[in-house]
Design a protein around this ligand. Structure first.
Ligand SMILES: *Cc1c(COP(=O)(O)O)cnc(C)c1O
Ligand SMILES: [Zn+2]
Length: 500
């Protein structure tokens, strides 16, 4: 729809303007730093940063009801820059002009309700929000769209040039980074650093396909991160890991979309998501807080962060009920099917601690909870969900296992409605499904397949057939008719089909 066809009172708001005054604020010393330079940690004390808009109070001058209309009407626009995360421009990157926005199809992922069988099994009404339906098949595209739009803005305004974007990754960050960087060629080139043999073949194929320089090093993600930090400290590179606070802003769109998906009614809603480096849960809390403070939503939903027993530092930190006695200790990770969350020392831990405190305080009660789940449960729930119409990745299985655990602990009541983050597409992690189906998990995973969830193809080759077709060697005439008839009979016998 064209701007002039929108209702008169919405027209002035429908196309967002470049506004605001964004700054980096340090979570350690509280110092503020300008955004004209790319910063990842505080130059004064080395702590992580978050980005704030010092003029965000202006957003409160528009009533929540008007904001809701703005966002709903904006969905009818055909302007690419407003089709993704920047539909919420004022809340994500108001200083970025629409000409700098990079949109590759990310955002506005479907929210799919579980069928009656699954709801019965899980003990709650729930939906999957399928972030695997983003362009590089994970939620990481949300953050990359934000980070790369900002870098694009710096390039277009002559503040930086010839950027080498670099990241460490458990697989999905590098896929997203390489994709978005490749769109901005030749101004941006990208390099990714992966733990050798610790990303799936599909995830490895993604940055290779996007033309990035790909390096594999020994160790796990935490080791890659150290190498990337070393590079960022000593060389002129743009860091795209979630230390980059622009990524957090982009990932807030997940919360904004959920609010809009449910017509801004967050009463009885519970958002459940896996935690790895803890950037996503930071963003999800921050997003709901911004909408709450602006009156766009009037209730804060509950948030459940889920970790595998094999990579659970955030869970362990919050297991101590008394905040004064909590102490963060990194853990040594063990193999996990939720491989993209296999992180022992999350970069965003200080952000989670800050946001969780603010969230619970604003809600006036505890609304953020953390649970841990077994590897076995992650796989079983993923496969059961996908037997029932979903496309959940292992981390989506982790969210669902987390829902069941949270119900058991009483964090969620029976009338609560859960929205589960399936953070990537099932196909990225098909190797774990294969290990399950073939009962080939190494012992460290502690997973034994359940027969009712296993599946394997059956080879059909009737013994009495002399000739069968092969690639490049078709068979014809009677031989072919016989092949079709006998193969059909065999399949019908195995499926117990009745003749018409
Ligand atoms: C990155 C990632 C996670 C973990 O998200 P964090 O922001 O690091 O906590 C979970 N699932 C998938 C599929 C991911 O790619
Ligand atoms: Zn500082």
């Amino acid at each position: 729809m064209k701007t002039e066809n929108f209702p008169k009172e919405i027209q002035p708001y429908i196309i967002p303007e470049q506004k605001g005054q964004m700054i980096y604020r340090c979570l350690g010393c509280g110092h503020e730093h300008g955004i004209e330079k790319l910063l990842y940690t505080c130059p004064d004390c080395g702590q992580v940063l978050l980005i704030y808009d010092n003029q965000s109070d202006r957003l409160k001058e528009t009533p929540g009801e008007v904001w809701r209309q703005i966002f709903d009407y904006r969905k009818m626009l055909k302007i690419p820059a407003l089709k993704g995360i920047y539909l919420y421009h004022e809340f994500i990157g108001p200083v970025i002009p629409l000409e700098s926005v990079v949109w590759l199809g990310e955002g506005h992922t479907p929210v799919v309700e579980a069928n009656a069988f699954m709801q019965e099994k899980a003990g709650a009404k729930f939906y999957f929000k399928n972030d695997g339906q983003n362009p590089s098949a994970s939620f990481k595209d949300r953050g990359m769209a934000s980070a790369l739009s900002y870098i694009n803005f710096l390039i277009q305004t002559g503040k930086i040039s010839d950027v080498l974007a670099i990241c460490a990754s458990t697989g999905d960050t590098s896929a997203a980074a390489a994709l978005y960087a490749s769109y901005l060629k030749p101004n941006i080139k990208s390099a990714v650093i992966l733990p050798h043999k610790k990303v799936t073949p599909q995830q490895l194929s993604q940055p290779l396909g996007s033309g990035a320089s790909v390096f594999e090093i020994p160790g796990v993600f935490d080791d890659c991160m150290k190498v990337v930090e070393n590079l960022a400290e000593n060389y002129n590179v743009a860091l795209l890991n979630s230390k980059n606070a622009w990524r957090i802003l982009g990932q807030e769109s997940y919360s904004y979309e959920i609010a809009q998906d449910f017509e801004y009614d967050m009463a009885d809603k519970v958002i459940i998501l896996p935690i790895g480096n803890a950037g996503n849960i930071t963003a999800v809390m921050s997003g709901f807080l911004k909408f709450y403070e602006t009156g766009i939503i009037t209730t804060l939903p509950k948030i459940i962060g889920v970790q595998s027993e094999h990579a659970n530092p955030v869970y362990l930190y919050y297991r101590e009920p008394d905040a004064k006695n909590r102490k963060f200790t990194p853990v040594t990770v063990r193999p996990s099917v939720a491989q993209a969350a296999m992180i022992g020392n999350p970069v965003s831990m200080p952000r989670v601690i800050l946001m969780t405190d603010i969230y619970n305080q604003k809600a006036g009660m505890q609304k953020v909870f953390f649970v841990e789940v077994a590897e076995q449960d992650i796989m079983d729930w993923e496969l059961l969900a996908n037997h029932n119409g979903h496309i959940a990745c292992t981390h989506g299985g982790e969210s669902l296992a987390g829902l069941v655990a949270a119900r058991k602990h009483g964090f969620i009541g029976k009338n609560d409605i859960a929205v589960l983050d399936s953070t990537a597409h099932a196909l990225k992690f098909a190797g774990f499904q294969e290990m399950y189906f073939e009962d080939k998990f190494p012992d460290e995973f502690e997973i034994s397949p359940k027969s009712e969830l296993m599946n394997a193809p059956t080879i059909v080759r009737p013994r009495d057939l002399e000739k069968v077709p092969g690639p490049g060697v078709p068979i014809r005439g009677e031989d072919f008719e016989r092949f079709v008839r006998r193969t059909g009979e065999e399949i019908a016998r195995m499926l117990d089909l009745e003749k018409v």
